[in-house]
Design a protein around this ligand. Structure first.
Ligand SMILES: Nc1nc2c([nH]c(=O)n2[C@H]2C[C@H](O)[C@@H](COP(=O)(O)OP(=O)(O)OP(=O)(O)O)O2)c(=O)[nH]1
Ligand SMILES: [Mg+2]
Length: 131
């Protein structure tokens, strides 16, 4: 049986737009869009992991809020348990230290992007909240 991998990610709003990031081409699920984040390391809290990942990937310090939603998704290579937290940027301006691209989009623009399959359920919830 595949071991479940804990992944954390950030839902960051700026007015009526939220941030999405395009995964680098060379990684699993390359060039698909996602929420910034990554795998929780052993001994680390989810919140601390999210702060670390946002520093590593975008060079910003985030303040982590409440969990917005969590999903489990069974990829061929990985069983992901993804927890998406509401977060805000406390310090810094996002830089592409790892990602291919970054956009701030409205919920109405969600269909224009190809997201990681695990995120689809989350994006449905975001859209539903803004209809
Ligand atoms: N960060 C992030 N990962 C996601 C999302 N949706 C989704 O299916 N994933 C998957 C993609 C990856 O296979 C897995 C782990 O994310 P990751 O590649 O960002 O992990 P990481 O930053 O720790 O990178 P690495 O050390 O494994 O290279 O979770 C999402 O919205 N954000
Ligand atoms: Mg990552």
């Amino acid at each position: 049986m595949k071991k479940q991998t804990e992944v954390v990610a950030a839902l960051i709003w700026n007015g009526d737009r939220f941030m999405i990031c395009q995964r680098p081409a060379h990684k699993a699920r390359g060039l698909l869009w996602e929420f910034v984040g990554g795998k929780v390391e052993p001994g680390e809290t989810k919140q601390a992991a999210l702060v670390r990942e946002c520093r590593e990937e975008l060079g910003v310090t985030v303040s982590v809020g409440e969990p917005y939603m969590d999903v489990v998704y069974d990829y061929p290579d990985l069983l992901v348990h993804l927890t998406l937290f509401s977060a805000r940027i406390a310090e810094g301006t996002p830089r592409l230290l790892e990602h291919n691209d970054l956009r701030w989009i409205t919920p109405a623009e969600i269909p224009e992007y190809d997201f990681c399959p695990a995120d689809v359920e989350i994006l449905d919830k975001i859209r539903a909240n803004f209809i």
